[in-house]
Design a protein around this ligand. Structure first.
Ligand code: FAD
Length: 473
């Protein structure tokens, strides 16, 4: 290995990066490259909020490289394979290294590119940088992929998780080439809807490490008790950093592995849910676009654009749903409990297809992640692996009263209801005209009237699901 190209994708870090470690170990001259594909299939492109994050993550990676006397070579193209191949030839690259991806379309593309490069005599090597256990390494006793989390977890946690890869950059040698400027990737929005993102996130490697340290010092031991409280900062908010690979999941695992059983069975278990999502998407590639359980493709969704729009805009008339949808729009993130509640409301109470929810999350989440988003939505809709049973319909009012007892979460995102005290904020329709007047609320004007009756919606969903189950017995 004399001159090697490191193709960065969802591993935007210099630490714990096995592809980089291999190049350094071989003493090769290294060209760090990021290729932004235009007009790609949906799986390989980013939604608006993720593009924002990606811009900053690339800028940060480039700054870290600049400090070492290198830079991130950027390319924008509609033909990734051709662009990569042209660069390899132009710069006499003899080896291409990357860390593996697991989305079905990415696997296909990577295999194709590998074949083309190898046919031309270029060495290609790939590594695992983003999961605790790769999807193909875990199977049940009959050699089949798991579809239920608990046995999956039991099996996968028996495998020792390798320590993060040591990186020594002190004697690195770098190759350089003329690329395009970051702004020319066109990742930042033209209209500044992203203003609040800057107050909520530090989308850098330093931000990831800082957040992990804070979380492990202040919250991880209370994670099991606090993780469902929507107003609290009880979860790690590592999801966008993990998605873009600014921190490695093995780094997090090893940082916390000795924190005790409670952390292992609480927080670390969630990291295995993330692995499980990769496992599912790898073994059931059709589940990216269609329900994992194929019969659900025939489910009689009611397809109402108007309902979906009200849900997306946080105008349903149910404060906890609307607060969550506005949290998503304003900050690019939504609390996990809220994701389950708004998801259930969309697919069950409103009987809208899970894909219309998944698409909106894809566009608005900074942590939009194909494996996790697909598994999350299919769990909610009951059409995936280890999914919620069809009769589980979250009651948003009960959820709100349990996980946002004093209404703090709702008050934060729905200023038009903020004067309503305590948990009364969850049911403004129960207040008298005089109370509403005193709190400055006019239902149907300053805040929308409820778009459906909860009990009617629930009954309709149960009926539809039950009938569907009968038909598909
Ligand atoms: C409908 C729906 C859609 C979702 N879409 C996404 C998505 O696009 N991207 C995404 O990263 N997560 C998604 N999730 C999973 C989960 O909501 C988020 O990972 C979590 O809220 C991120 O916040 P956190 O980092 O503070 O999580 P923490 O509670 O601190 O958990 C730590 C990490 O574990 C992983 N994790 C936690 N919960 C889950 C879970 N239920 N499934 C898989 N991994 C999990 C995540 O990587 C997370 O960052 C979705 C869940 C649902 C119900």
């Amino acid at each position: 290995m004399k001159r090697c190209l490191i193709w960065f994708r969802r591993d935007l870090r210099l630490q714990d990066n096995p592809a980089l470690a291999a190049a350094l170990g071989a003493g090769a001259e290294i060209l760090p490259v990021y290729i932004h594909g235009e007009n790609q299939v949906a799986q390989l492109s980013e939604g608006g909020a993720s593009k924002w994050w990606l811009h900053h993550a690339l800028s940060d990676l480039d700054s870290q490289l600049n400090e070492l006397g290198a830079n991130l070579h950027l390319i924008k193209t509609s033909a990734i394979d051709k662009a990569l191949f042209a660069l390899v030839q132009e710069l006499n690259i003899d080896t291409v290294l990357w860390n593996r991806r697991y989305q079905p379309a990415a696997i296909e593309l990577d295999q194709e590119i590998k074949k083309q490069l190898v046919d031309e005599g270029i060495k290609v090597k790939s590594f695992n940088a983003s999961v605790l256990n790769e999807p193909h390494t875990i199977s049940n006793k009959s050699g089949k992929p798991y579809q239920v989390f608990t046995p999956y977890w039991k099996c996968s946690r028996e495998t020792e998780v390798p320590a993060p890869v040591e990186i020594n950059l002190s004697s690195a040698q770098w190759a350089k080439a003329e690329g395009i400027a970051l702004k020319d990737l066109g990742l930042l929005p033209e209209i500044d809807w992203d203003k609040a993102f800057y107050d909520n996130w530090e989308p850098t490697r330093e931000g990831a490490v800082k957040r992990l340290k804070e979380f492990s010092k202040q919250s991880v031991s209370e994670y099991n008790d606090e993780r469902d409280m929507m107003a609290d900062d009880g979860t790690s908010k590592m999801s966008p950093y993990l998605h873009f690979g600014q921190i490695g999941v093995r780094e997090i695992y090893h940082h916390l592995r000795n924190a005790g059983d409670e952390v292992m069975h609480g927080y670390i278990r969630q990291l295995y849910w993330r692995d499980f999502a990769h496992h599912l998407i790898y073994h059931f590639p059709h589940s990216v676009e269609k329900s994992l359980r194929p019969e659900y493709e025939q489910f009689p969704w009611s397809h109402s654009e108007e309902m979906v729009q009200r849900w997306r805009k946080g105008q349903t008339g149910y404060p906890v749903i609307d607060a969550a949808m506005r949290q998503l729009w304003q900050t690019g993130w939504m609390h996990n409990r809220a994701r389950m509640v708004v998801g259930s409301f969309l697919v069950k109470h409103l009987l809208q297809d899970w894909q219309s929810g998944a698409d909106w999350f894809w566009d608005t989440l900074v942590d939009a992640d194909l494996p996790n988003n697909t598994m999350g939505w299919q769990w909610v809709a009951g059409c995936g692996a280890d999914a919620a049973p069809y009769f589980r319909v979250f009651n948003p009012l009960l959820q709100a009263k349990k996980f946002d007892q004093e209404g703090e979460y709702v008050r934060k995102y729905l200023p038009e209801l903020a004067n309503i005290p305590g948990s009364a904020i969850h049911e403004p329709w129960e207040l008298s005209e005089i109370e509403l007047l005193a709190y400055g609320v006019k239902l149907g004007e300053t805040y929308p009237a409820r778009m459906i009756d909860l009990y009617e919606g629930r009954d309709r969903a149960l009926e539809a699901y039950k009938e569907f189950k009968e038909l598909n017995k």
